[in-house]
Design a protein around this ligand. Structure first.
Ligand code: HEM
Length: 477
């Protein structure tokens, strides 16, 4: 697939993948090993070494055979209308590599799987049994076609079957509620598209309606957006509500074209009042400290200071960037003064859908391709959690501050204010994974001061909600 984003099925479909590093949690299941019978008696002397039994990977035929199975499987999925819409926004070559690694490792090869864990990968996709069974059917057909013997076939399916619990997560029944008249209208538009010779668009729209009726709202809206991109003439406007009701305000401002060679943004945290405006007077006082989670280590977060009873000039609004690169937001924490604007460029070969359902600023940026951006102005103080509606592993925060003094911490929680007028301040601190900010009164004396603060620990594994407010569960053990 080219480096450009495309929504229309290419050879049936294109897969969508993410990236990540291997951790103990995202490794495929270890292949089953024969277990000795349990016994309280002393262990007998080990028998003389015998040649180790060949692994399933070896019995299948090693790397060439696993690659052939994956290729035949992907070919089947590409033409399987029950599930090929799932992979419309995908880097096929990348998924192929990850699947080969995954199957090799699960069948006993010493191969590193470099993708994300099964739970995070499939969280929020709201996959139902029917889709899981369709995918397994496509795999079985591939194994049959390649004449894989019964024993090996059963063993491979047996290794993958237990992953179902991490893959299947049907939507809540309440999400199936919809206006049947709008669904009928959408089906009629699909039939018309088919009659006009636009069969592949009709397929995607029909799949969108089916997903919507099943309550898979995020998937349905993704497919609807794909069709809408191909038909920008407004003929789908009357059915948009079927897919978008209940989503945050949609931002449809003109797309901004970004320079192709835009340098990557810092990955972690950006924003400090000290760095943004040169001090008027020499420093009279400074404050250093560490932000930690209750009973735990340092946190990436934000600390703000407001003079008690005094006046401090508010900071000027800024223009900042949070990019989508390598299927992550960068930076993942941004502190900005009220009134600032953030540009959200996409530098990935796949689409993203940036959104927030936070009360301080809820919005839906829709989808846009590599090299394009939309921007948002944050007019109200508050904490905003950002997600991507297509990739549940992507998470970032914008902290909009009305305080004259603010700073982001290092990943270890360290922070410094270099130049403060001495006096009494209300200090507030919030960290990633902290359930809520804490507020304390702090007295700053002339010279150096220290303030260490612990915030309540929140859930480190929650994947938040999709843009319809439906929980995506958590990232697993
Ligand atoms: C045992 C069954 C399954 C296994 C072993 C499996 C394995 C994988 C792997 C290794 C990846 C790449 C991970 C990554 O992007 O880092 C992936 C991605 C994906 N899988 Fe599955 N999968 C299974 C079932 C399913 C089913 C039933 C569906 C839906 C019909 C599905 C839909 C997807 C999608 C849409 C992606 C791309 C997700 C993204 O890029 O965010 N998978 N899967």
């Amino acid at each position: 697939m080219s480096a450009r984003n495309r929504w229309i099925m290419v050879g049936g479909f294109a897969w969508m993948v993410g990236c990540g590093t291997t951790t103990p949690e995202n490794r495929p299941p270890a292949p089953a090993q024969p277990q000795p019978p349990a016994s309280a008696a002393p262990a007998p002397a080990p028998p003389p070494a015998s040649p180790a039994k060949a692994t399933l990977f070896e019995r299948l035929g090693g790397e060439p055979a696993v690659s052939a199975v994956v290729d035949a499987f992907l070919k089947n999925v590409a033409t399987d209308k029950r599930i090929n819409g799932r992979f419309i926004n995908t880097d096929l070559a990348r998924l192929r590599t990850l699947l080969i690694q995954f199957v090799s490792s699960a069948t006993g090869a010493k191969v590193e799987y470099t993708g994300r864990n099964m739970q995070v990968t499939h969280a929020g996709l709201q996959i139902v049994d029917e889709e899981f069974d369709a995918l397994v059917g496509d795999l079985v057909a591939a194994l049959v076609k390649l004449n894989v013997p019964e024993a090996e076939k059963a063993e491979l399916l047996g290794a993958l079957g237990p992953l179902k619990a991490q893959v299947v997560s049907p939507p809540p029944v309440a999400e199936t509620k919809h206006d049947p008249a709008l669904a009928k209208q959408a089906e009629e538009i699909a039939a018309k598209l088919r009659a006009e010779g636009q069969g592949s668009l009709a397929d995607v729209l029909e799949t969108a309606v089916k997903a919507r009726v099943r309550g898979q709202r995020t998937y349905a809206e993704q497919l609807f957006s794909a069709v809408e991109q191909q038909l920008p003439d407004g003929r789908l406007d009357t059915i948009a509500l079927l897919f978008r009701e209940g989503a945050p305000e949609r931002i449809t401002s003109a797309l901004i074209q970004m320079p192709k060679d835009s340098a990557p943004q810092p990955k972690l945290a950006v924003g400090a009042s000290d760095d943004e405006e040169k001090p008027q007077k020499p420093s009279r006082a400074s404050l250093t400290g560490t932000l930690t989670a209750d009973g735990g280590g340092g946190l990436l977060g934000v600390v703000t200071l407001d003079r008690v009873g005094g006046k401090s000039a508010a900071r000027k609004p800024k223009k900042r960037i949070i990019e989508q690169r390598d299927r992550q937001f960068a930076p993942r924490l941004l502190a900005i003064p009220v009134g600032s604007t953030v540009v959200f460029p996409n530098f990935d070969p796949v689409y993203h859908n940036v959104f927030s359902v936070s009360p301080a600023k809820s919005f839906d940026l829709g989808i846009f391709k590599n090299g394009e951006a939309r921007e948002v102005t944050f007019g109200k103080e508050g904490l905003i959690r950002l997600g991507c509606n297509l990739h549940s592993n992507m998470l970032a925060h914008v902290v909009v501050v009305a305080s004259a003094h603010y700073v982001v911490t290092s990943p270890k929680g360290e922070f410094t204010f270099k130049n403060l007028p001495p006096g009494e301040y209300t200090a507030r601190a919030w960290g990633e994974n902290s359930s809520e900010p804490v507020s304390r009164t702090v007295t700053i004396h002339a010279g150096q001061n220290t303030w260490n603060v612990a915030v309540p620990r929140g859930s480190a594994t929650s994947l938040g909600t999709d843009k319809f407010g439906v929980s995506r569960g958590d990232s697993g053990p």
